[in-house]
Write a protein of this length. Structure first.
Length: 116
C-alpha cells in the first residue's frame, strides 16, 4: 500500500522490486489483489476516523488541489489535536456548507463527506 499510494509505484514496478530485492516472482494481478485486500481491511477504520474527526468541537479543514492528466483532484485534510483525516477527491461541488450546529464552514468544493 505504501509503495502504490504514497510513492506512486506502479503494480508492475512493485513486481520488479520484489524480484530484484527478494527474488520473488509476483504477477501484477497478485500485487493488485494484495493492495485491494489492504484497502478493504482499512475501509472500516478509515470511516471511523472520518466520523470521529468531523464530530469534534473544532476541526481545521484545508483543501489542496492539483491536476492529473487535465482532471482536477483535491486532497482534503480535516485535523484536530487528536487526529488527522485525509481524503483525495476527484469531483467536488463548487461551494458547500458544512453545518456543525454552532458554526458553519463554507468552502469551495468541500468533499469530505456527502451530505455534510
Amino acid at each position: 500500500m505504501t509503495l502504490t499510494a504514497r510513492h506512486r509505484v506502479s503494480r508492475r514496478g512493485i513486481c520488479e522490486l520484489a524480484r530484484d530485492l527478494f527474488g520473488v516472482t509476483l504477477s501484477t494481478g497478485a500485487v493488485d489483489a494484495i493492495c485491494q485486500r489492504a484497502s478493504d481491511a482499512l475501509a472500516g477504520p478509515h470511516c471511523q476516523l472520518q466520523d470521529w474527526v468531523l464530530d469534534q468541537g473544532a476541526v481545521h479543514v484545508d483543501e489542496t488541489g492539483w491536476r492529473t492528466r487535465g482532471e482536477g483532484r483535491a486532497l482534503w485534510t480535516a485535523s484536530t489535536p487528536g487526529a488527522t483525516f485525509l481524503q483525495i477527491a476527484g469531483d467536488c461541488p463548487l461551494f458547500c456548507v458544512w453545518d456543525r450546529g454552532d458554526c458553519c464552514h463554507v468552502s469551495r468544493g468541500f468533499g469530505l463527506r456527502s451530505g455534510s
